[in-house]
Design a protein around this ligand. Structure first.
Ligand SMILES: [Zn+2]
Ligand SMILES: [Zn+2]
Ligand SMILES: [Zn+2]
Length: 392
């Protein structure tokens, strides 16, 4: 459990307008020097009480492990795979000729005359597992309190973090929900301003005055005219060397940044529910074609399955695919367990991306190209580009 280190910062209320900001005059002359605020000591954690079930809570979020649930009996039937579609030789030839014609360094003549000696069709398999997870964490949080109902421990025993109802809007949809745990609220005097609603202005350190930037605080300014130097009183500060602090309008005090002037805070146990996807994928491909290109190319989905917990693929003829599926599925189970996440759903897919390796010759030169993806992209290895440009 994390030890309380600093008071929580809740962006939900930080945007509440404060009275002091509304009447700030911006003074062009004044340099806005910000003196860092002194460390705000955290409130005494024992004063916040210890709602049953939340006794060890701190000021920072810490995850709560999901309750144990017995392993689900999911369907472990043989996985079925749809047929793979290969690129036809004509398609590969057309795409390659289009490509050669469009790229100046090869020229139309080369495209017309080149010999395609061999086209080797294959398919890359792109396996992907998406695990939709839920994480629940709790901490002490607060909001400025300006009156209204307070749901404290007198109303009952607070429910445990995993007993509170919170469902995702949709499966595989990432979102974060913040929930006040019922029966944990308590109202306390603001620890920052001791209930006054105001704190010392950090710009003028409470004096209400700042150094005049026009004269550097000297009260007088030096001018040169007709090669002579004159000194006269600074018109900006009327010779005083000081100006009224714009941040606090000269009062030396500003609205408390913790309670926003409310003087009191409502403390409660805040539950953060995070829904997110853990994604891993792997390309199975047995030639020297660069695998990273497969992930962004169009293919056919030959297998798709969504389950509470998926079983790794074991029956595909390509053993590397079975091994990778086993590895990734196991990895997701370990990762989610280690980070105290609950698995809500898993979906794994296999896409087949067609690849044709094309061997060609033209005059005395020759090389290899690849036509890949259903959109028929062409990949020319770097060495071939250099070689062709030199020849054509
Ligand atoms: Zn001030
Ligand atoms: Zn001045
Ligand atoms: Zn305050």
């Amino acid at each position: 459990m994390a030890q309380p280190t600093a008071p929580p910062y809740d962006p939900a209320w930080s945007s509440v307008p404060t009275d002091d900001l509304s009447d700030v005059e911006l003074d062009d002359d004044e340099i806005d020097v910000d003196i860092p605020d002194e460390e705000i000591p955290p409130p005494d954690i024992s004063e916040l009480g210890a709602p049953p079930g939340y006794e060890t809570l701190g000021f920072t979020d810490s995850s709560v492990p999901p309750p144990y649930s017995p392993p689900l009996q999911t369907d472990n039937s043989q996985h079925q795979f749809a047929d793979i579609i290969y690129l036809s030789e004509d398609d590969a030839r057309d795409s390659l000729l289009d490509y050669v014609t469009e790229h100046c360094c090869y020229g139309k003549r080369a495209a017309r005359e080149m010999n395609i000696n061999n086209i080797l069709p294959s398919n890359a398999l792109h396996y992907k597992l998406v695990t939709f997870t839920e994480d629940r964490s709790t901490k002490h949080a607060f909001k400025p309190y300006r009156g209204g109902e307070v749901d404290g421990p007198e109303n009952g025993t607070p429910p445990g973090p995993w007993e509170i109802h919170c469902r995702p809007q949709a499966l595989f949809y990432e979102e974060v929900c913040l929930i006040e745990v019922p029966h944990t609220a308590v109202v306390k005097t603001c620890h920052r301003c001791s209930g006054t609603g105001k704190i010392t202005c950090s710009k003028c350190r409470g004096s209400g005055k700042v150094k005049c930037s026009s004269c550097g605080g000297r009260g007088r300014k030096t001018y040169r005219s007709n090669n002579r130097t004159h000194t006269r009183s600074c018109s900006s500060c009327h010779g005083s060397g000081k100006k009224r602090c714009s941040r606090c309008s000269g009062s030396g005090r500003v609205t408390c940044d913790i309670c926003c002037g409310a003087r009191r805070l409502k403390w409660f146990v805040q539950l953060t529910v995070t829904f997110k996807n853990l994604i891993d994928d792997h390309v199975v491909e047995h030639t020297d074609f660069p695998n990273d290109k497969v992930k962004n190319a169009e293919g056919t989905t030959i297998f798709e399955e969504t389950q509470d917990l998926v079983h790794p693929i074991t029956s595909h003829p390509d053993e590397e695919l079975n091994n990778m599926s086993r590895h990734i599925v196991t990895n997701h189970q370990t990762t989610t367990q280690d980070s105290m996440q609950k698995i809500l759903k898993q979906r794994h897919t296999v896409r087949a991306v067609p690849i044709s390796e094309v061997h060609w010759t033209w005059q005395t030169s020759g090389s290899r190209f690849w036509v890949y993806g259903q959109e028929r992209k062409v990949h020319v290895p770097k060495y071939a580009k250099k070689y062709c440009c030199g020849v054509f």
